[in-house]
Design a protein around this ligand. Structure first.
Ligand SMILES: Nc1ncnc2c1ncn2[C@@H]1O[C@H](COP(=O)(O)OP(=O)(O)OP(=O)(O)O)[C@@H](O)[C@H]1O
Ligand SMILES: [Mg+2]
Length: 606
């Protein structure tokens, strides 16, 4: 019921159109149900008219009182045929209008659901999102939105249509002769029991089928991302086996579903045939006994066929509904997901010259303490270097500044106010990040760089690439700034991608530039030029550099050295070298003869 209520939130805005669709449908059904009566009239009053025993055609008797022509005359036949064609035409037009309208409402709801799913994807923090795999998210975005909208646009309408047809056909049959209902009523309990069992089994199966598609999506997605890794490890065969296993599961489950449908469809068809043949026999006996006319026999069989086929339609609709409810449950779960990072509604404006401070900050991710008792002052303009072995907490520390992760103890303040009191938008406008794992969109070089400000003038883009030392290699690309880089920057070297992402961060023009291992793939001479150039062009900006290379942080106002999430050393490069601790050890390892050595820098921490 919860899932229906959840979907109703999206469907209710189409209610006026939905009512119109139901009205069209109702009139089209009335037209459809009138046709067998008109056919019966043509048989009884034109083709097989017997003046000695005129028959009663129930509520369309008025058509045969002579106004449309004398019985058995060509004139009555013509009028009845015209009436038949007219009713048929009205039905066709209404069905067209109904189909166009309900499909439009459905597609609109599907697009809204997809847009909200995408917006949620952008809103949720990384930790919450990591509970979903990519395959699952793609299935939710594509299959579930399509399937769930069908529940509202098509299934409920189908059930509505079927109920109306069944009720009206039963009423008409009762008016013709109540005994005609005998067999449909006798078969109904068997049908219902079979239907309930069918639906129960289908629900379980649909859930498994959906999961199997998610698994296949994940395998494909991962392999697209990691195609080079797979090839370099000659892992094609293993991956193919993995894919085959997932694919076979999809195959087996769909086969199971086909068997289930076939089994129950046979039972339903049996009920249908028993109901139909039995009713024809009853109707035949009634014609022979003179209780009903010959025309009524043909009408009655048509109505019984309709009743049975619509009962089948209801069973099919309930069956499909199981699938749609599984999709609805997935969508509801994702769209009502509460992120771990809560946005503040406070309208604090982001300061131009932000002053950040860490006060005894600790951060636990899952069960693991990742940052411990960090106290740090980061006034506007400070150049801070962050060093430490791999996994020591550098990236998490940098991300906690803009609340990509929220601290679990202590406070990070911005101009004296807890950063959680700023809206995420205001807070994040303070930063331009170059993340450790570079991501480029499959778009032109220019669009990638101008991501923060797509309308920025060309000269600004060129200037940013000059600072990032990227202008030369861009010039050598076949279409320069208009070269389309592949997904995630395929076609560029690691260092080229890093330089593009540095240029992208510079274009944002935020007061704090955060470089997380952003120059690790550059040779030392290029790295030096990039960093010197950044400092020259943005002399006032705050600069936070996390790195493994001492050369990246030597000029910083303060360097902190992390181990297991704790600051174990802090000071300027000279102070730390003099201290002869962990930083000095890395420094000596990366230099020879007191000179920084490009070839010997390592990631080791003593
Ligand atoms: N989302 C997460 N959930 C749980 N633990 C995490 C998460 N992200 C990072 N960690 C853990 O936090 C610790 C610090 O990670 P972090 O990425 O900050 O290291 P780092 O110093 O940047 O390392 P590197 O030099 O390799 O980039 C690691 O032990 C890591 O396993
Ligand atoms: Mg890192």
């Amino acid at each position: 019921m919860d899932i229906f209520r959840f979907g109703w939130k999206y469907w209710k805005k189409y209610l006026p159109l939905d009512i119109l669709v139901k009205l069209f449908s109702l009139i089209a059904i009335l037209c459809d149900l009138l046709l067998p009566l008109l056919s019966a009239g043509i048989i009884d009053y034109v083709i097989a008219y017997d003046p000695s025993s005129p028959v009663d055609e129930g509520f369309i008797q008025f058509l045969f009182d002579g106004r449309l022509g004398a019985p058995a005359s060509g004139e009555l036949f013509l009028h009845l045929v015209l009436l038949f064609a007219g009713v048929f035409l009205v039905r066709i037009v209404l069905l067209y209008a109904k189909n166009v309208t309900f499909q439009w409402c459905g597609v609109s709801m599907e697009c809204t659901l997809r847009a909200e799913t995408y917006a949620k994807l952008l809103e949720l923090d990384g930790e919450t999102l990591s509970r979903y795999n990519v395959g699952e998210l793609l299935t939710t975005m594509n299959r579930d939105t399509i399937s769930f909208k069908e529940l509202y646009s098509r299934m409920i309408l189908n059930i509505f249509d079927s109920v109306i047809v069944i009720v009206l056909s039963v009423v008409t049959l009762t008016m013709l002769d109540w005994r005609l209902l005998f067999l449909p009523v006798a078969v109904a309990p068997f049908f219902t029991v079979a239907l309930v069992r069918y639906l129960k089994q289908a629900k379980v199966l649909f859930k498994e089928i959906r999961e199997s598609y998610s698994a296949i999506n994940l395998t494909v997605q991962e392999n697209i991302d990691a195609v080079r890794i797979v090839r370099s490890f000659a892992g094609e065969e293993t991956e193919m086996h993995k894919f085959d296993r997932d694919n076979e599961r999809v195959y087996a489950l769909n086969k199971q579903e086909a068997r289930l449908s076939a089994k129950y469809n046979s039972i339903f068809t049996l009920c249908q045939q028993v109901g139909y043949v039995g009713t024809v026999c009853v109707a035949f006996a009634l014609v022979l006994s003179g209780s009903i006319a010959l025309g009524a026999l043909t009408a009655a069989t048509t109505y019984v066929t309709k009743i049975i086929s619509h009962i089948m339609q209801i069973s099919r609709s309930f069956y499909m509904m199981q699938n749609q409810l599984v999709s609805g449950a997935r969508l509801k779960k994702f769209l009502t997901e509460e992120g771990a990072i809560h946005d503040s509604r406070a309208l604090r404006t982001a300061p131009q010259r932000p002053h950040f401070r860490f006060e005894d900050v600790s951060l636990t991710l899952g069960e693991k303490p990742v940052l411990k008792h960090i106290t740090l002052d980061l006034p506007y303009g400070k150049k801070l270097g962050v060093m430490g072995g791999t996994g020591s907490g550098k990236s998490v520390l940098l991300k906690s500044l803009s609340r990509i992760y929220d601290v679990t103890a202590g406070d990070i303040t911005l101009d004296g106010t807890d950063i959680r009191e700023y809206s995420l938008e205001a807070l994040r406008s303070e930063f331009a990040y170059v993340f450790q794992d570079v991501f480029l969109f499959s778009n032109t070089v220019d669009a990638n760089i101008a991501f923060a400000h797509p309308d920025v003038p060309e000269e600004e883009v060129v200037r940013a690439t000059q600072i990032a030392q990227a202008d030369q290699f861009i010039g050598k690309l076949e279409a320069g700034y208009e070269t389309v880089v592949g997904e995630r920057g395929v076609g560029l070297s690691g260092g080229q991608k890093q330089r593009l992402s540095i240029a992208r961060a510079l274009i944002k023009g935020a007061p704090v530039l955060v470089l997380d291992d952003a120059s690790s793939a550059l040779d030392m001479a290029t790295e030096r030029r990039v960093l010197t150039s950044i400092k020259e062009h943005c002399p006032d900006s705050t600069l936070v550099i996390a790195a493994h290379r001492v050369s990246s942080v030597l000029d910083c106002d303060e360097i902190i050295y992390l181990r297991d999430g704790e600051i174990i050393e802090r000071g300027t490069a000279e102070e730390l070298i003099a201290k002869n601790g962990a930083f000095a050890a890395v420094y000596h390892l990366q230099t020879s003869d007191g000179q920084l050595d490009d070839s010997s820098y390592g990631r080791a921490e003593l």
